[in-house]
Design a protein around this ligand. Structure first.
Ligand code: SF4
Length: 295
């Protein structure tokens, strides 16, 4: 149930050493741009892993105490079945009570339900909330199964106000959909006001299946996506990337805005480490090392 994080040996990945625990296979948020659907069968039908908690307990014995564990990378730990099954909640308690550090990456405000645990182990836990747009209509089309952005911003605010460090993933930026600098500034301003400490940003990388979903959902953009990704883009580690100059422009724009609002800025698998704020981990895990107030 615990595996060493392996970013497909991508040299563009700057993540620190960490282990990953995923209570669920698949994810019900059904994001059009999801990468995991290209390698996980029936990805949009989330199902609990058999005997997850018991197996996690055993696996934790093999990992150095104090190590960083992320929930999750190929699924959302607060995918809809979690509301009822509470596997993520049990895993949080197990991981933190045994002395590990935890990074929770989610698009769901259900994370607020577990505030009691997150505050009890403050200092060894950080939360990364993905918010790609404040436009509720666009979010409904892009991430049809995920809670609306307003609830995610509210989660950032509640967690931050209780001393749980939160970063925001503006991830991914998609040409023509959420790349408007004014809208990005509005989003950055809202999450800064809500207490986020860092923004991690990436651009959309196309896989055959996610590109198909994007083109079907936004037929007016199909030709533009084809041109940007299939004709002008580059193939890197099995993904189609936008051309470097365009990615650099997007990321520089976001970086300037984020820095203006006093937060750290990091990029995710883009190959522009010079844009990152020194001293912070790209995945938001630096904030799980604020040991002094931990219990
Ligand atoms: S939340 Fe993440 S894992 Fe779930 S569908 Fe969206 S991109 Fe995929």
């Amino acid at each position: 149930m615990l595996r060493l994080f392996d970013p497909w040996r991508s040299e563009l990945c700057t993540c620190p050493l960490k282990w990953v625990a995923s209570p669920y296979t698949g994810c019900g948020h059904r994001c059009l741009y999801c990468y995991a659907s290209s390698y996980i069968p029936r990805h949009f039908q989330p199902r609990a892993k058999k005997d997850f908690v018991e197996k996690l307990r055993k696996d934790l014995e093999k990992v150095p105490r104090g190590a960083l564990i992320e929930m999750a990378t190929s699924s959302d730990p607060y995918t809809p079945p979690e509301q009822e099954l509470r596997l993520t909640r049990k895993a949080i308690h197990l991981i933190l009570s045994k002395g590990f550090r935890l990074l929770i990456t989610t698009k769901s405000d259900l994370v607020v339900r577990d505030l009691d645990l997150l505050t009890r182990f403050r200092g060894r836990v950080a939360v990364a909330v993905t918010i790609t747009t404040l436009d509720e209509n666009l979010a409904r089309r892009l991430e049809p199964g995920a809670p609306p952005p307003s609830r995610r911003v509210e989660a950032v605010k509640i967690l931050s106000s209780r001393g749980v460090p939160v970063t925001v993933r503006l991830d991914p930026i998609i040409p023509f959909l959420n790349d408007d600098p004014n809208q990005i500034e509005e989003l950055v301003a809202r999450v800064a006001e809500a207490g986020a400490r860092q923004v991690t940003c990436s651009t959309y990388k196309a896989k055959p299946d996610n590109l198909r979903r994007m083109m079907n959902a936004f037929p007016d953009l199909a030709n533009k996506f084809r041109e940007l990704y299939l004709e002008r883009g580059a193939r890197i580690h099995g993904y189609r990337y936008l051309e470097p100059s365009l990615r650099f422009r997007y990321l520089t724009t976001v970086q300037r805005i984020v820095l203006r609002y006093g937060m750290a800025f990091e990029t995710c698998r883009e190959g522009f480490p010079q844009l990152n704020t020194p001293g912070f981990a790209c995945d938001g895990s630096s904030y799980a090392y604020e040991e002094s107030s931990s219990t």
